[in-house]
Design a protein around this ligand. Structure first.
Ligand SMILES: [Zn+2]
Length: 198
């Protein structure tokens, strides 16, 4: 089911998500909802808190990056390791219409569980690494605006205010293909960044 996406200002986005301890049927439903909502928005990733569910769960679709990344839902993910730094444009479904350059590690290793509770490990570079980091941040209540320099943040907040004003029910904005870390292939991506080769 496609769920409503919580926008900046909603308290759930600042609340650290609870770890999942029950890998039951409700988790499968949440996973389906995350993937459906992510696809509908044309996004690469979506954290459960963004649909109002305060659990440490996110969806990610590495296949959108023309790489061998997985389309999956990860649970209780933690950043195991990171290296390098790269600045790229980033967006977030909870900040419609907002994009800004954000510095993030270039390579990451993630430890998580799949929806069956099995431990999984993932490594990624470039844009997929950025997507993992963006979603893991959501689950601790951190937003990409927290990583902006103060001037950019002020500018972004001003723009967001006007975007949200235009999205009032009497004046709905058309759905844009943007999203949580929207995929825009960069030169670096084309040069081979993406998920590590097996
Ligand atoms: Zn986001």
């Amino acid at each position: 089911m496609i769920r409503d996406i919580r926008l900046y200002g909603d308290a759930v986005l600042r609340r650290p998500a609870d770890a999942v301890s029950d890998f039951g049927g409700h988790l499968r439903q949440l996973a389906d909802d995350l993937l459906a909502t992510q696809d509908d928005a044309g996004a690469v990733g979506l954290a459960a808190v963004q649909i109002g569910v305060n659990l440490n769960v996110f969806s990610i679709d590495g296949t959108q990056m023309h790489r061998r990344g997985q389309r999956e839902v990860l649970v209780n993910a933690v950043l195991a390791d990171a290296d390098g730094e790269e600045v790229e444009e980033e967006g977030c479904l909870s900040f419609p219409g907002i994009f800004a350059e954000i510095a993030r590690p270039k390579w990451v290793a993630i430890r998580a569980r799949d929806i069956n509770g099995e431990i999984v490990e993932r490594e990624a570079k470039g844009y997929l690494a950025r997507a993992y980091l963006h979603e893991i941040d959501h689950l601790s209540g951190r937003l990409f605006t927290d990583l902006m320099d103060p001037d950019t943040r002020v500018e972004v907040m001003r723009k967001l205010k006007s975007v949200l004003a235009q999205r009032r029910p009497e004046n709905p904005a058309p759905r844009a293909r943007c999203g949580d870390v929207p995929y825009r292939p960069s030169a670096a991506d084309s040069a081979g960044y993406g998920i590590d080769d097996p």
